[in-house]
Design a protein around this ligand. Sequence first.
Ligand code: ZN
Length: 305
Amino acid sequence: MPLQRTVARQIKCSGIGLHTGKKIDLVIRPAGADDGIIFIRSDIPSRPEIKAIADNVVMTNHATTIAKDGHRISTVEHLLAAFSGLKIDNAIVEVSSDEVPIMDGSAAPFVHLIKMAGAMTQEREREYIRIKKPIKVRDGDKKAYLLPSNDFKIHFNIEFNNPVISAQSYLLKFSVRNFEKEIANARTFGFLDEVNILKKQGLAKGGTLDNVVVLDKYRVLNEDGLRYKDEFVRHKILDAIGDLSLIGKPIVGHFLADKSGHTLNHTLAKKVLAQKDKYEIVRIKSKEKVKRYSHAHGELALSTQ
Ligand code: ZN
C-alpha cells in the first residue's frame, strides 16, 4: 500500500512576494505522518502555525489565503500544488512574510526545490478521499464538479474574451510524471489593465514580467512568449490542484470545471467535506485496487490507475 511521504531534509530558498514586493525566505522541512502541510510565520516571534486545510481559508480573490488566530499567509496554492503533484503528504513550511514567494509564477521552482530535498517514506499508509456521488457547485456559468472515477483526473475548460486565450480545454490524467511535464511549468497570468488597477491599490507590487504572463487586448507582453500555447488553462489546473489539496487527502475522482477559480474551487472543497455521505476514506491496496477503509463495511475493489 502507498505510504505517506515527507521531504527527506530541510531546504531553503527566497523570492519576492507578488503583492508586497518584499524579499521572502522560505524553508521546507520534514513533518510527521498525518501532520499534513503546516505553514509557520517565521517573521512573527511566536511563530504561529497555520495548517493548510479548507477550514483555514479566509480569502480567495486573486490567490488563496489561509489564516489562524489572525495570522495569515496568502498565495499558498502553487506551493501546495507542488506538494500534491509530487505526492508529498506532510511538510513544515516556514515563510518570513504574509505570502509565499511567487518565484516565476508557476510551481516549477517549488518542484525543483522539493526534488532537491528528496522524498522520505513514512510508516503510515496514505488515505484517499474517493468520491462516491457527484458533488457540484455553480456560480452563473462557472462550475466545479467532483464526479466518481477510478482515478484522479482533471478536465478544465476556460473561455476569455481575449483572442490570445479564447477557449481552452485540457484533460490531465493525474500522475507525478504528468503533473511535472504538463502542469508544473504553467505560469500565473493577468491582464495589463487589471495589473495596473492592482498596482494602484498597492497590490501586485512584486508583479513583473518575470513572474506573471501579462496580456493586453491582443498579445502576450512577455518577451519570450508562452511556455505552452494553452499555458492559461494548464495554470488553472495547477491552481485547482493546490486548492483541492486543502481538502486534506488526495482525491480519487474526476474534477470537472468550467471557468472555475480559487473561490469556486474552495466552495467545492468545503462542500465535499460537509457531505460525508458522498465520499469515503480509502486506502489504495495496490496500483489496481482500492480497499474500503472507513466504516469496516467489507472490502471494495476497483481499479485506480
Ligand atoms: Zn495561480
